[in-house]
Design a protein around this ligand. Sequence first.
Ligand code: FAD
Ligand code: PYC
Length: 417
Amino acid sequence: MKRYSGFQLVKHALQHQENWQRMWRNPKPKSHYDIIVVGGGGHGLATAYYLAKLHNKTNIAVIEKGWLGGGNTGRNTTIVRSNYLWDEAAHLYEHAMKLWEGLSQDLNYNVMFSQRGVMNLGHNLQDMRDIQRRVNANRLNGIDGEVLDAQQCQEIVPIMNCGGSTRYPVLGASWQPRAGVARHDAVAWGYARAADALGVDIIQQCEVDDILIEDGAATGVSTRQHGVITADRIGCVTAGNSGVTAAMAGFKLPLESHPLQAFVSEPIKPILDTVVMSNAVHGYMSQSDKGDLVIGAGIDGYVGYGQRGSYPTIEHTAQAIMELFPVVSRVHMNRQWGGIVDTAPDACPIISATPVENLFFNCAWGTGGFKATPGSGHVFADMLAKGKANKMAKPFSMFRFHDGALIDEHGAAGVAH
Ligand code: FAD
Ligand code: PYC
């Protein structure tokens, strides 16, 4: 497993500070762009980077209402894997995985991608059958995966209680060795810096409050801080706020926006060198290079736009984690937070043209979009440059909810819904 030295961590922090200062130039927007990307999270910034790098488009703006990566990109627990069941999703997430594997070199920015393996636990016979099926499907798609029994899980994670005495005993797991974690803020900054260097205007503290439409085609956006900015094409990448952004353009998306929360402990010495997830007990855990235990919950059951979670959900997760890992029961927790994730009925993203010409949406990544960041940006840049979906994006059209061609990935979502 790749771990980073103290020197590398300090170097990384300094690089980070330099970029923070650089980005605060916050350019005044031009009156017209070829393409506007609304939303400066990882997906929006990756889209702008690939538009500039691969499609020679440099008259582009990313418009962000807050600060870069301050949405879900900066709030997630950084798990990266590609072990999805259905071909369409597996191809998309594996495309992202391959980009992750060269991302630090591509951006010349250390995103601290650490392929330490991800284990998705099974707690009953049906879980294990589903795991068998998913791992077989993964292998047929050329994606690495293994089925582990309880003994093998115990060997990889000695601190986990695999003895059969828990409410939900560990019967086994799926195991993806190439999966892992990365550093989320570095992903936002790496893409931002690289896009900025290619001439993209990144405009922070600028909220889009309307999408301007003439004769059924989008012509620009209205912003609170800089008034109207026109564009030939607009891509909305606004994660948990996508229902609101779509309403500005006069249509509805089949989304629910739910809080999803996580918390981290005080830093402790290394006790866990992989990632363990359990959909059934609503909890997962990894350990960061700093030593914090990074623990996440299932989604909160209610909808809303407040970027915080409720107490019962997080208590439930803490109980589940303590049962699985009794050794952490006395570790202090340092911080807790929530983000708003947009979930579609089939737990798959929307990468799509819309009923409004020249307006495209990339959203509904729900609880699992961090891992997709490079792949999502890559295919959405292609869509914005060419005005149509490529082969990989096509199945994720918003019109699948009319046609019934859903891609049900609830089983591979990894997080309880
Ligand atoms: P965001 O980073 O949210 O970016 C959207 C941006 O749009 C925001 O910065 C927002 O301010 C901006 N915006 C919104 N409206 C407007 C407007 N009107 N004008 C201008 N700007 C606007 N995924 C994984 O793969 N692995 C994980 O381990 C994982 N863990 C998670 C844990 C938690 C607690 C949470 C909340 C999410 C987790 N996710 C995980 C999901 C993942 O974080 C998201 O799917 C992903 O980050 C979405 O990226 P994004 O760039 O689309 O969204
Ligand atoms: O999709 O792997 C995932 C995930 C982990 C935590 C939240 N989402």
